[in-house]
Design a protein around this ligand. Structure first.
Ligand code: NAI
Ligand code: MN
Ligand code: ZN
Length: 338
């Protein structure tokens, strides 16, 4: 079989590897579609401190179970599945309180262990979630990015009367936007970005007000209209954003950060305590696959609105380069296998 292998930073090969046999408790997935994410590019470019090389990248993938390890029910053969990349120990403190996404022994497919940019991938059977026939393949492959939005929104119980502000109209901002509008029915969702084409995508995904903050500070634009967001999600993740969010938030607002910057964010405590703000963070997803499958089955989200390109996996280098270079035209780029 062919696998997309990052041999070391900046060296990608389409390697010929033996088709893997599933270990006990695992299934083998014949991959048909996969999505490219910023973190795949970070591993490719050597910017992910957790990555070990060589590595088969890819943590957003969909396919069909074609082989079973010992102890897995034969009924699962032939199932259409989407794979949760989060593998956890099940007994550490975070696992015991329902946060397997920050397990002390966390293993992420495509990061710490070989992932889904491959004709076949073996994964724990419990990580392979069956997809109902009513959900199309190209929507199913988008479930993982929406689980990030499910995790973000799950931290803060969004309400219809919230005034939500999302920084960033990339894949993460847009999945969060669709969840806030389609699932939680938030009446006013504002999206800020520096790129007009991305803001146009946000409008298509239901944003009520889009703001290009490249020229004028966001705080000024919002203050001009007397708007104080009650729920803020930072899906742009520059370290300076947190303090800006603190400053422009309504009293009693909730802020969710999702960035991995190692640069310090300068924040003023008075701005937080004076308004009794709540600051949350969100990493990956904590068992959110069933929830997002349900959102899709009920037609609450529209993943297709995020997909801008599709490539055969043999052109993966072109696909990743386009994804990296052209944020105006690209949002989610899919790879097709077989
Ligand atoms: P992306 O790079 O495609 O999108 C980021 C967007 O933010 C871009 O459109 C950019 O123009 C915009 N932006 C940058 N600075 C801005 C500012 N000051 N104000 C407004 N907009 C600004 O990235 P993607 O894939 O949407 O991911 C977003 C962030 O989320 C990344 O930093 C990524 O590392 C992080 N992430 C976190 C996850 C988690 O579980 N915590 C999971 C996936 C991504
Ligand atoms: Mn991803
Ligand atoms: Zn654990």
């Amino acid at each position: 079989m062919k696998s997309v292998v990052i041999e070391q930073p900046n060296q990608l090969t389409l390697a010929e590897r033996p088709v893997p046999q599933p270990a006990a408790g695992e299934v083998r997935v014949k991959v048909s579609l996969a999505g490219i994410c910023g973190s795949d590019s970070h591993i490719y470019r050597g910017h992910n401190p957790f990555a070990r090389y060589p590595r088969v990248i890819g943590h957003e993938f969909f396919g069909v179970i074609d082989a079973l390890g010992d102890g897995v029910s034969t009924a699962r053969l032939g199932e259409r599945v989407v794979v949760d990349p989060v593998i956890s120990c099940g007994h550490c403190y975070p696992c015991s309180i329902g946060k397997p996404n920050v397990c002390t022994e966390l293993v992420v497919l495509g990061v710490h262990r070989d992932g889904g940019f491959s004709e076949y991938a073996t994964v724990p059977a419990a990580n392979a979630w069956p997809v109902p026939d009513s959900i199309a393949d190209k929507d199913a492959v988008m479930i993982e990015p929406f689980t990030i939005a499910a995790n973000v929104t799950g931290q803060v119980s969004p309400q219809a009367h919230d005034i939500a502000l999302i920084y960033g109209a990339g894949p993460m901002g847009l999945t969060t936007l669709q969840a806030l509008k389609g699932v939680y029915g938030v009446k006013q969702v504002i999206v800020a970005d520096r790129i007009d084409e991305r803001l146009a995508m946000a409008e298509r995904s239901g944003a009520d007000w889009v703001i290009n903050n490249s020229q004028r500070p966001l705080q000024e634009t919002l203050a001009g209209k007397g708007v104080k967001p009650t729920l803020i999600v930072d899906a742009a993740c520059h370290p300076a954003i947190l303090q800006e969010a603190i400053a422009l938030a309504s009293p009693a607002a909730r802020i969710v950060i999702m960035g991995f910057s190692s640069e310090p964010s300068q924040i003023i405590q008075q701005g937080i305590t004076g308004k009794e703000l709540s600051i949350f963070s969100s990493r990956l997803n904590a068992g959110k696959f069933p929830q997002v499958i349900d959102w899709l089955a009920r037609g609450l989200i529209s993943p297709a609105l995020l997909v801008t390109h599709q490539f055969d996996y043999q052109h993966v280098t072109d696909a990743i380069e386009l994804f990296e270079k052209d944020q105006r035209q690209c949002c989610k780029v899919l790879l097709t296998f077989n």
